[in-house]
Design a protein around this ligand. Sequence first.
Ligand code: GLN
Length: 394
Amino acid sequence: MTTMHNNERKTPGPSASRADAFGESVIREMTRLAIQHKAINLAQGFPDFSCPDELKQAACDAVNADINQYAITWGAQELREALSAKVSRYNHMEFDPATEITVTCGSTEAMMASMLALISPGDEVIVPEPFYENYGPDAIISGATPNFVPITDNAPLEEETWKEAFSARTRAIIINTPNNPTGKVFSSEELRFIADLCIDHDVIAVTDEIYEHILYDGRKHVSIGSLPGMEDRTITIGSFSKTYSVTGWRVGYTLASEALSGRIRKIHDFLTVGAPAPLQAACAVALSLPDSYYRSLARLYESKRRKLFKGLSDAGFRCRLPEGAYYIFTEISDFGMPDIDFARYLVEKGGIAAVPGSSFYHDGGADRLRFTFSKKDETLDEACRRLKELDIPG
Ligand code: GLN
């Protein structure tokens, strides 16, 4: 995990803490650099377009209806009930809203609370690599020892390597499908293979499914928690951020057995007390949108995927079309500049912010850059124009 600047800070005071064991988020840093250099932000994955009008109205209505005090710590009842129905229909899993669903401050808190709920210091957690950068610090903060296994874009899992990663020390594995940054969508066969390893080694799967509705070419989302034998050994994490274009609302959730949820709820309570009450009310309304909403969302991102893919390919970047999520994880070795230098050059001189590949690896990734296409068509058109004009030194 690498940061854009020299991260060797002098820590004031005599005692170091876990915060000294990892750098700042490069993704969020790139957003600050994009603002500073007035660059187009294709780094952090959030839309620059509006969320649905129904959601804006629902949020205003909730504030006006005086839903402005704490919700119940595990989430407003109407939202947990609406989630239970949605998850039954879309993910084919049954959860009791009273005891098995916990509303959190985004999937970020959901992952952190899950890790803190599961880990005793020294436990190993398997982290498929490349990984969304938060999982590294999540492991360090919770006291887990990460054990990285490779995933390759559009290639089958290296089953022998995965089998060897599981041991008596393994407490959990982090799954992320559709995957950030690779765009891989795990098939039910791959998830069955992972599930069997979890069952054989008594391991909990923590699965981040925030991009569950952003899928291409007819692919279907499969939740590992829906596979037989995984009901009580999976924590499924979801969020409203990407599906409804409300990343700033910070509303996510965990789905897990009563025993696991009990621990998650304790951690969640003392971390945050609860997610924003009026926005929870608006999220319950979001879950009543018709199925056509989700089809349009996938279609919208499908055309943006093609647009950015063409822009990057025309500019000489080697890339693959992602199977899901809204990132293109390009290869940049042809340009002869490592990721951090390239990202700095791009944001300062090219007017485009992207994320250096190394922020998705514990070691490696210097030959990759990640671009998001979660932007308006005109934003992407302008980015493609700038990419074409790039004059890469080197
Ligand atoms: N998941 C998004 C990304 O990878 C946004 C990350 C964040 O900053 N919460 O860019």
